[in-house]
Write a protein that binds this ligand. Structure first.
Ligand code: FPP
Length: 239
């Protein structure tokens, strides 16, 4: 399937009120199990859904899409499963290098990528240089944890010699400084928690939970999220 193809023209569009959507892509393992297949099969299907959903998010006008692909806790999974996820990332990066001119997205990796293999790190560095003027930024969280991100931000600020900091300073020291806070955080797979994802950035995010397993998520589901977002009143603590 080509990367970031054009989707249906009748989809609702987003405006400056809804610029950034984030996804906790949960349910790949269960999706595979339901089909009597190994968990890795679910991640492969999940990677295809990631492409489809990112393509649609670009087409409807999102400026940023952030996905939770691998948490700091996911290293506890069996090695073949970890290797499979890293392999999917590797093929995605290869595809990106080959086809980047076909789409209008730039890629950023958020999280501590220093522990990845030298080959993956090099591919990530190359991918991040592509399409600097693109309309949509796709942030892929790898070896990411919200608390670890905050600790890193405070350590960086302390290393600069700062003795007092503002909220803006902290936001500016996070991996997401370019994309800002998500307006909506979506979790697939039925669990009602945010699992250490974008802790600081989630302060005013609308939360959206669906029982659908990540590989089953469709562009039409994203359209429902958009309609749901615009039906909510965002007061930010005011009246
Ligand atoms: C959670 O589902 C999903 C993950 C830990 C991995 C997500 C990875 C991908 C969708 C592929 C990423 C690839 C690219 C190219 C970004 P789970 O395994 O915890 O599912 P379960 O709750 O059903 O067990």
């Amino acid at each position: 399937m080509p990367l970031f193809t054009k989707n249906r023209a009748d989809a609702p569009k987003v405006d400056e009120r809804f610029r950034h959507i984030a996804f906790i892509m949960d349910g790949n393992g269960r999706w595979a199990k339901k089909r009597g297949m190994p968990r890795e099969y679910g991640h492969k299907a999940g990677a295809e859904t990631f492409r489809r959903i990112c393509s649609h998010c670009h087409d409807v006008g999102f400026k940023a899409v952030t996905v939770y692909a691998f948490s700091t806790e996911n290293w506890k999974r069996p090695k073949p499963e970890v290797d499979a996820i890293m392999g999917l990332l590797d093929s995605f990066l290869d595809e990106l290098m080959r086809d980047y001119e076909k789409y209008d997205n730039r890629i950023r990796f958020i999280g501590d990528t220093s522990v990845l293999t030298p080959e993956l790190k090099e591919k990530i560095a190359n991918a991040e240089m592509l399409n600097p003027q693109a309309d949509t930024t796709i942030n892929i969280a790898i070896n990411y944890g919200g608390r670890a991100e905050l600790v890193r931000a405070f350590q960086n600020l302390a290393a600069e010699g700062r003795t007092s900091v503002t909220e803006e300073d902290i936001s500016g020291a996070l991996y997401t400084r370019e994309s800002g806070d998500p307006d909506m955080i979506v979790r697939t797979g039925g669990d009602l928690r945010i699992s250490n994802f974008l802790l600081w950035q989630a302060a005013y995010a609308e939360l959206y939970f669906t029982d659908k397993l990540w590989p089953d998520l469709t562009p039409a589901d994203v359209d429902d999220m958009i309609r749901d977002f615009y039906s909510r009143k965002r007061r930010y603590g005011g009246l």
